[in-house]
Design a protein around this ligand. Structure first.
Ligand code: NAD
Ligand code: GLY
Length: 370
């Protein structure tokens, strides 16, 4: 990795679509971190109204050394804006400036900006290059890696999208310094996820460093981002388009997506839904006889220490479990209307299973706040 000081590199191996994930400090000012896209073409930085004022000028300066013209677009901030209207703003900007198919998109922001920019890149002129520059913990440990891009639909989370890989991912850990504490906790949900599904030693490490992680201590963050990206790269490298193994990365997400869609996008953060969702999925795993109660309590305790909810909300006072089930049937893992859950099939190992509605109802009744 010549030229990039103090950066770690994780490689995601996907044949001709392989790419590097750079993890380090000072990367937003380091031209060597942005050599993935061919020089000379135009660039569009897609960001939002919160992140843009913090980091877009710095990124524009570094990209100006490589690109002919660097433009910026700030989208409205928030999960509720992960929709067609925002996506269209990207297309309006590209078409308005006569962008050609060599124009490079740079996604500067959290998972919302990253998912939408990636989807725009997949669609514009049937595909233009893009680079992920994630600025939330959640985006650095998960959403910027692996090429899932999407927008939400009122009836279901991330239901409209495409698999489309970036040219590179540049994780500048310094950007996390401005992240609100609630967003740090939300990111920790996706960090914690990698333990029970893949690496119990990592789960133990997170337990030992959870306070340092919440305090954004640089060494702890660097380790968490690197190990998370290593695990994600390994899983995606084996199953890019989620024909099997990759589904384990959705541990807690079936319940979590129902919470997000049911309450209205943005009421709970994605990571908060995943936090409570992992506890619910752990209960389901125990009820299916796959893990013991000590495992469920251990995971719930860590999620609590991460500053995340461990109980789901009541979405519908009249028939809460029924509403969850209805929402969870609109899920990309569902087959023929049958909900399929990621369960823990023994510590450090996950599987995808259907479960009887009656059992799922019991879990929801037990795990949702009264
Ligand atoms: P987000 O993108 O909404 O960002 C969270 C908040 O932090 C926003 O208000 C944002 O403006 C702000 N922010 C971002 N960087 C900042 C910084 N450095 N300093 C201060 N504020 C900053 O949310 P998120 O948690 O990053 O991402 C959640 C989204 O990611 C969801 O839509 C989810 O579906 C998606 N996701 C996708 C994948 C995938 O594989 N593609 C995986 C996990 C999650
Ligand atoms: N975040 C789930 C996945 O990338 O597959």
């Amino acid at each position: 990795m010549p030229g990039i000081s103090s950066a770690q590199q994780v490689r995601i191996a996907l044949g001709e679509r392989s790419y590097p994930i750079f993890i380090g400090t000072g990367l937003l000012d380091d031209p060597a971190a942005f050599e993935a896209a061919a020089a000379g073409n135009d660039a569009l930085i897609v960001t939002n109204e919160t992140v843009g004022p913090l980091y877009a000028e710095r990124l524009a300066r570094v990209l100006a050394r490589r690109h002919r013209k660097v433009r910026q677009l700030a989208l409205p901030d928030g999960e509720r804006h992960k929709d067609w209207a925002s996506l269209n703003l990207i297309f309006d900007t590209l078409l308005g400036h006569g962008a050609d198919r060599k124009t490079v998109l740079y996604a500067l922001g959290g998972g919302v900006v990253g998912d939408m920019t990636g989807f725009a890149a997949a669609c514009y002129m049937r595909g233009v290059p893009f680079v992920q520059v994630p600025t939330t913990l959640l985006a650095q440990v998960d959403s910027s890696v692996g090429g899932k891009t999407a927008i939400n639909h009122p009836l279901g989370k991330n239901m409209i999208g495409a698999f489309y890989q970036p040219l590179a991912v540049v994780c500048d850990l310094d950007a996390l310094r401005t992240l609100p504490a609630r967003e740090v906790s939300a990111g920790l949900a996706e960090v914690i996820k990698y333990g029970p599904i893949f690496d119990m030693a990592f789960l133990g490490w997170i337990e030992a460093h959870i306070d340092a992680l919440r305090a954004c201590e640089p060494a702890a963050l660097a380790r968490a981002v690197q190990r998370s990206c290593e695990i994600k790269a390994e899983v995606v490298g084996q199953d890019e388009r989620e024909s099997g193994l990759r589904a384990i990365l959705n541990f807690g997400h079936t319940f979590g997506h129902a919470i997000e869609a049911g309450l209205g996008y943005g009421a709970w953060l994605h990571g908060e839904g995943v936090g409570a969702g992992m506890v619910m999925a752990a209960h389901l795993s125990r009820d299916l006889g796959l893990v013991d109660d000590a495992f469920v309590q251990r995971l719930a305790a860590l999620i609590h220490r991460a500053g995340l909810p461990t109980r789901g909300p009541v979405i519908d006072a009249a028939d809460n479990a029924g509403r969850y089930l209805q929402l969870m049937r609109v899920d990309k893992k569902a087959e023929g209307g049958e909900i399929r859950f990621v369960v823990i099939d023994g510590p450090g190992r996950a599987a995808v299973r259907a479960a009887p509605d009656a059992l799922v109802r019991q879990v929801i009744d037990r795990c949702c706040a009264k």
